[in-house]
Design a binder for this molecule. Sequence first.
Ligand SMILES: Nc1nc2c(ncn2[C@@H]2O[C@H](COP(=O)(O)OP(=O)(O)OP(=O)(O)O)[C@@H](O)[C@H]2O)c(=O)[nH]1
Ligand SMILES: [Mg+2]
Length: 1123
Amino acid sequence: MGLRSLDKITALQRHPANTRNLCILAHVDHGKTTLADCLVASNGIISTRLAGKLRYLDSRKDEQIRGITMKSSAISLHHKHGDQDYLVNLIDSPGHVDFSSEVSTAIRLCDGAIVVVDAVEGVCPQTQVVLRQAWLENITPVLVINKVDRLIMELKLTTQEAYGHLQKILEQVNAITGALFTSKVLEERAEKDKTEDKPKCRDQLYDWSAGLEEADDSHLYFSPEQGNVVFASAIDGWGFSIQQFASIYSEKMGIDSELLLKSLWGDFYLNAKAKKIVEGAQAKGKKPLFVQLVLDNIWSLYDAVVTNRDKEKVEKIVSSLGLKVMARDFSHSDPKVLLSAICRQWLPVSSAVLSMVCEKLPSPLDMTSERAEKLLSLGTRQFNSLPERTQELKEAFIQCSSEENSPTIIFVSKMFAVDASTLPQFRQRSLTLEEISQRRELARSRHAEMMAAGRLAGGDGTKDPNLPVTQQEVQAAAKMESLTVRNSTATEENEPKETFIAFARVYSGVVKKGQRLFVLGPKYDPAQFLCMLPDGCHASDSLPDVPHLSCCTIEGLYLLMGRELEELEEVPAGNVLGIGGLDEKVLKSATLSTSPACCPFTPLNFEATPIVRVAIEPKHPSDMPKLVHGMRLLNQADPCAEVLIQETGEHVLVTAGEVHLQRCLDDLRERFAKIEVCASKPIIPFRETVVLPPKVDMVNEDFGKQQKMAIIHLVKEEASPSLSDTVHVDSGGLVTLTTPSRQHTLSVRAFPLPLEVTHLLERSAELIQTLEQLNISVREGKNVDMSPRILEDISGLRAQLEKLLQGKKWRNAVDRIWSFGPRRYGPNILLNSVDSYHRTSVWQCLAQPDATVEAETQSRVLRDFDNSIISGFQLATLSGPMCEEPMMGVCFAVERWEIQSPAVPKHLDSSKQDPASVKAASEKSMEKKAKKAEEDGEDEEDREEVQAPDATAAGCYGPVSGQLIAAMKDACRHAFQAQPQRLMAAMYTCEIMATSEVLGRVYGVLGKREGRVLHEEMKEGTDIFTVKALLPVAESFGFGDEIRKRTSGLASPQLVFSHWETISSDPYWVPTTEEEYLHFGEKADSENQALKYMNAVRRRKGLYVEEKIVEHAEKQRTLSKNK
Ligand SMILES: Nc1nc2c(ncn2[C@@H]2O[C@H](COP(=O)(O)OP(=O)(O)OP(=O)(O)O)[C@@H](O)[C@H]2O)c(=O)[nH]1
Ligand SMILES: [Mg+2]
């Protein structure tokens, strides 16, 4: 980058009114990077000829090879619009679902977005997702309908048809915006209703308007006359908004440009005779203005240049447009070259798009107070419940001021890795003019000296190599050396080193190199911790230890220029930038500020669920430390990838999809660990559940068969004889279990939760977590300032549960909920069905304070035992008996709980200790103990012996509660096994776009992989079909590749995690009747999908797998007989 343009950009950074921060969003392959190329080329960073081919912002090797973007990257551009200079900070984002987290990180830093839609494919699933994401972040979108050339060259539409087609696309996009808007208005209305007092007098009329009538949404929609739509072909380099054509024709035809602007897009036509623009083109069968004045011209250009290659006509067009085309382009064998040479001058896409951006997208100064509050609100708290000093920061936000005294606030949305040697401070810089002339002078004098010395030596001008080097020569060489700018560190260290740059934006104040700032972790709460800091403290002071707060020094500031970084000294508010030196301070995202009163920004909302897991190990075991280091770096560099270490010691990488996985592995191999790694086959997650026993007899068998089978299985599996006398299973599936010390007896029954309830619990996981935290605080007697919204959500959840849990079986069930699990927020419920046992409800935070008093009175000892029951339930639901996968949709009801003396040990005062930590510790140790006991198969007496001496002394945190945890866990597992068990498989929704000729093959691949087609739709005016199907995650690996191979690349699927689905086949099924024997064979070794999955998981986990070994090779015997 030239110094002049760098100076210009730094100067522009000081004018937030003329700054635009925006990102390009679209479905995969709709042409974002190609469009970005055209915009980059307008700044002379790349040649216009290469624009569209180079894909400059796809700087990674794998991005170029695969042709898809994987990381979002930013570039700062300069644009002159009217008499103003603008700075456009552009971020190109990936469109592939696997990388949607990169989209979230990009959107957070922007005020606006360019949404690109392919003119042929129209609105696709990711288009909807990005529009929603942009809406949720309150950023303004503009629309580019790209690839209009495909309508001409591929679909061969007439101009009229193309006009209809474009109208439809616009309608589709606006329909999504409309739906988002409606839902927001309805939500606001509902909220208003709640806060306002209900009408008291009964005769008042009910107001049923939803508020939609008054709400003005016209500015939200995309419409060409509003100037927020550009039609383009990025690959051919052209694009226009109707404003451009309006001004062209108002000059040419003498029509008022305002009038043209209003009528150019719409049902208007030109009445040549009356020289008037009249409405009703469609009814009268006339060409609309847009077709006549705009599309016809473009179509005829394509016709002349590409289709007919009519040289004369082309020359005529070129001269009539007043363009200059080089002879080399004219005679080029590829007509596209000529076409783009003409288009780039006639309707340059960069100026159309950048002008729209400058006019229609907000500047950082336009930050609304709604958005500022949203960014600053802290999880469950309301903005106006935050400390005053925090609320004052909102003003700084809205003003976006770069004054010396305004607080600096920066948000880091992701960390990205770069090779340290490419940083500007290590790069070889070009010499200044002064240095060049100095060097020239030196060289000249050296040459003169050499000549003189040569003459002295032999007079022939050549130098004798044996002569000693003169003093002067040495000096000159040294001087020359000093003038050569060297990359000192890079030469010292040949090994490229990764360093992290934070992708960030300054929201207020100025950030300077060397500045000290506070790093606010996501859990930092100014309301709680601000009082721990002295007033007016600074990040460079020595401060007391405050949780979730640390300090950092800004080591480097960079201008992000796509593949390159430029060093900056300071960056004022309203700009996107890169920050160096935060490697140790920031993991993935963070808020930096000079004021400790600032809130951490609301977390990014990620659309993708990481679901694909693989275990990773180095090829050579000695490389393990490198792998660990590499995984740590990878975790930091990717917003969505997760790195875990399992109890088994395996290093597990969790990614959003197959393509994402591949990228992570490549990164690990080539950049972060630089070793050969082996990845296991994807670890496919399953869930375990129970179903209702079948009511209808399917194959003339007696009813309770399923249950009997289960019990038989149970007995088979639990081979340990010592357990059998403490466990009793009745025919109704009620499991009664006594602790080894015979102090507690528990009866537990398992039954399935209704499907809607499971879904509701899954959706509300976050809310249940909050509920749990609130309950803990209430129990500890802490006064928490809860936002009424959260309380409302909680009571909403309760009401929904009450509505869904109807019937005799579920009477009072909602109030009797004991806990949720696993991890206290999972989709399983523990019910308290013990008549004589009353405990505080999980909804206690909703109740009035007197409920807490009641909680206080509850016996502590009982409460500790109560906790053990919950822990047992958590352990049981975390790993089920089928293949140790988490349970889902199961309700465990404790129907009897008896405590026999001397069960209630002496009172143990737990209030002195922090109950949460004690509980956590006890849970952990108990888990271990329970496991150990199980594994070792210790018999009952042994255990009793061990426990006997300290049973009374250790109290309820000692072995008694440990036994209770283990007993509860076992009871749940047995109760689970007494019901018909099923596996649940994770499902993807899969959208495939395919042309009609390959549709059959797509169905073939789907069928083979147990996919279920939901619906199929033909895109109007094209021969493209969109197929929506469900596909088990277990069958999805290699699916994309197979589809592409089978359809020669004409179809490509998009897989998004959708839900969990119960696999209908029973993994424990064995044939029992004669018909079944005949059908399935004695050993029932035909395919049972559920069994296959279950065994695969068990095998992976090293659990016992019951497998049939062929005893008599019947088939082979028959074969040999035939010989
Ligand atoms: N016919 C036509 N093809 C285009 C146009 N713009 C882009 N393409 C092609 O579409 C393909 C995808 O373009 P990209 O720019 O990589 O798309 P993208 O949206 O960046 O894709 P991702 O980043 O992977 O989501 C490339 O093969 C381009 O050549 C266009 O205007 N017309
Ligand atoms: Mg791209």
